[in-house]
Design a protein around this ligand. Structure first.
Ligand code: AHG
Ligand code: MN
Ligand code: MN
Ligand code: MN
Length: 338
């Protein structure tokens, strides 16, 4: 190993030993993602200079006005995954249909990737942290063209999941089911270097993240939890601090480092919740559970949900285990399940 620095590539190879059966495809897939992340990072860092600010003028399947960085990031990750040859289907927030990669190399590839190429895109023009979230499954079908059934797998079936946070520093955080490790991009050498080995989320924290603008329409159990966070209690750190930046990746990364809870419940505008199961909730739930935290809909474990559609939305309570459990207790007491 070099001068104490462990790059993502070296780490993946070292950890390769954990996967005797894998012949390096997963490693190459993770590296394909990291390459696209570096390219997206470069454009984010100079967005104002390279016409990457503002909207494209189109509406995506989510009904959202697409930002230039939404489309750019989507294109870069699709290109990297397509040329990498390790992935046979991509499900991305920015495309209505799943993308079959039918090249001779990819059509029989082992892996499916679900991705949110640009998370928190309401922040792209105002220099607030944004992210990318990805989830990797092994296809269930043995040969030929993979199908939607290979995509609609429970979160417990994930082979790997991760996110990139383009913040004050750019980090890639991922898990393959053997703990969570964080890598910081060193732009001077263009490498993600191990900076946060074996990440663990504190059992409790002092921040809660929720868009209180939707308070009026929150379920009663959520209203009770918010009040619980705000009431002084000599035996704990309450009142907690409210922190909500509009990027789930940023709010959950903070909770992973310091402890905390992120909640996106059902609202009048999003009666099923806003966050998408396949490429936001499942990957973040896998990572947070691997770090010792918890992720539920308020009633059921996120990773156990059987997906029925690519872009389906679910409510999410995710973060420090004691904080999520308290919120679940209040949801159970005051709100009936969906
Ligand atoms: P995306 O930018 O990928 O569409 O996701 C945005 C999500 C999540 O990142 C963030 O926490 C949440 O939407 C913010 O929603 P509100 O503006 O409704 O609070
Ligand atoms: Mn979006
Ligand atoms: Mn998102
Ligand atoms: Mn997005």
């Amino acid at each position: 190993m070099g001068f104490g620095v462990v790059t993502l590539g070296q780490f993946i190879i070292e950890k390769q030993a954990d996967f005797p059966y894998a012949k390096g495809e997963l490693s190459r897939l993770l590296r394909d993602i990291a390459i696209a992340a570096k390219i997206v990072n470069r454009e984010i860092n100079k967005a104002g200079l390279v016409d990457m600010i503002g909207h494209v003028g189109t509406i995506n399947i989510q009904g959202e006005k697409q930002k230039k960085l939404d489309v750019y990031a989507d294109q870069q990750f699709i290109a990297a995954l397509t040329s990498g040859g390790e992935c046979c289907i991509i499900a991305t927030e920015e495309e209505e249909e799943i993308i079959h990669i039918d090249s001779p190399v990819s059509i029989n590839a082992k892996y499916i990737v679900c991705i949110d190429p640009m998370d928190g895109s309401s922040n792209t023009d105002v220099n607030v942290a944004v992210g990318t979230v990805f989830s990797i499954y092994r296809r269930k079908s043995s040969e030929g063209r993979a199908t939607i059934d290979d995509v609609l797998q429970k979160g417990t079936e994930q082979v790997a999941a991760g996110y990139i946070i383009y913040g004050s520093s750019t980090m890639l955080v991922y898990t393959t089911g053997k703990g969570v490790n964080g890598f910081t991009l060193d732009p001077s050498i263009g490498e993600f270097c191990l900076s946060h080995p074996e990440m663990k989320i504190p059992e409790t924290g002092i921040t809660y993240s929720i868009n209180e603008g939707n308070y009026v329409h929150f379920p009663e159990g959520v209203k009770k939890y918010i009040k619980y966070c705000q009431v002084e209690d000599e035996s704990s750190e309450r009142p907690y601090t409210s922190r909500y930046i509009g990027s789930m990746v940023g709010d959950i990364h903070r909770s992973l480092i310091n402890g905390g809870i992120y909640i996106y419940p059902t609202t009048s505008r999003s009666p099923e919740g806003k966050l998408r199961l396949l490429y936001e909730c499942n990957p973040m739930a896998f990572i947070i559970e691997q770090a010792g935290g918890k992720a539920s809909t308020g009633f059921e474990r996120i990773l156990e949900i059987q997906p029925t559609e690519v872009h389906q939305r679910v409510p999410i309570f995710i973060g420090s285990i004691k904080m999520v459990e308290k919120a679940e207790e209040l949801m159970l007491h005051y709100t009936k399940p969906l």
